[in-house]
Design a protein around this ligand. Structure first.
Ligand code: FES
Ligand code: FES
Length: 152
């Protein structure tokens, strides 16, 4: 199989996988970056969200061969000590319930604030719309994003 040299969380990693392998499985099964979760596998739930060149991206729907030289950031690489403003706000609001969806929620929220540091409620709802939470933590997610944006 071909080798793919990926830029992940600031380091180079080589994976030996079929070109069509979803990035999600390269991360989880080959690089042990298991913070990124598998939910639906069809780009419908957001559990697998990572950043690709800063944009929120569904890792289950991106083949490894499509990543190229773009920089991938996973929840493990979002901050050095779990202290990204979004992560701090998540703790402050005690957002997580079971936690399964939360890495994806945080990555989507962080990508939103990177491009729009002061989003309106409508912009938060629009950006977070594709991230499903079976525990229904949506109100706390929204509050935490407002806090992270400094607009609470
Ligand atoms: S697992 Fe990728 S969007 Fe659901
Ligand atoms: S916290 Fe349980 S699925 Fe979101």
């Amino acid at each position: 199989m071909p080798l793919f040299n990926l830029k992940i969380n600031g380091s180079r990693h080589t994976v030996d996988v079929d070109p069509g392998t979803p990035l999600l499985w390269a991360l989880r099964d080959h690089l042990e970056l298991v913070g990124t979760k598998y939910g639906c596998g069809i780009a419908q739930c957001g559990a697998c969200t990572v950043h690709v060149d800063g944009a929120a991206t569904r890792a289950c729907a991106m083949p490894v061969s499509a990543v190229g030289e773009r920089a991938v950031t996973t929840i493990e690489g979002l901050s050095a000590n779990g202290d990204h403003p979004v992560q701090r706000a998540w703790l402050q609001h005690d957002v997580a319930q079971c936690g399964y969806c939360q890495a994806g929620q945080i990555m989507t929220a962080a990508a939103l604030l990177n491009t729009n540091p002061q989003p309106s409620d409508a912009e938060i709802e629009s950006a977070m719309n594709g991230n499903i939470c079976r525990c229904g933590t949506y109100l706390r997610i929204k509050a935490a994003i407002r806090t992270a944006a400094g607009s609470a």
